[in-house]
Design a protein around this ligand. Sequence first.
Ligand code: TMP
Length: 207
Amino acid sequence: MSESGRFITLEGGEGAGKSTHARYIRDWLAARGREAVATREPGGTPLAEAIRAVILRDWPSGMPPMSELLLMFAARQSHVDEAIRPALRRGADVVCDRFVDASYAYQGGGRGVPEARIAALEDMVLGGLKPDLTLVFDVDPRVGLARARRRGEENRFEGEALAFQERVREAYLARARRAPGRYAVLDAGRGLEQVQDELRQVLEARL
Ligand code: TMP
């Protein structure tokens, strides 16, 4: 569990509205007098942001799934040691746009890396650190991809086939089913206001 602040992560496929919802959560916490640190993965420290650029770049011969996974965890180690743990220790809440569940969903579900390999890295890098609450913004990948494209953002994950996006979605939902106490799944296919209404209820109930 987290040390003393609360650790909240946002997950979901492409175009699920996570960045908007992350801002909403940070404002919700600030209105309650909490210091809230907003961050993201891959990224969140200068080193991890540099690794992010390597991960998201289009490499001429692609990237082996294990290289992708190891780079995610290389970035995560810096992020956890230099940003997340220090913030939680001083009592701040951390709102993180994607975290370790994304590795299970994208590298595991999407790319087929065996779950045991991801779990071994999780153990090595996080040593038992788990989010207190993980919000899964669930959206049909066709709807999510269309939104992401309208925003004009397309990284190499967004360029993956629909079948890949379906596997990512299913992996998130399967993880949420396995530990319902730590996850809340929100239907992000609806309008922003409706999703935010439900999000507020979840925050009031769980935090
Ligand atoms: P973003 O677009 O949400 O900022 O994230 C960048 C991409 O990185 C996103 O398409 C999902 C991917 N990703 C993984 O594949 N594994 C991970 O562990 C993380 C944190 C992100």
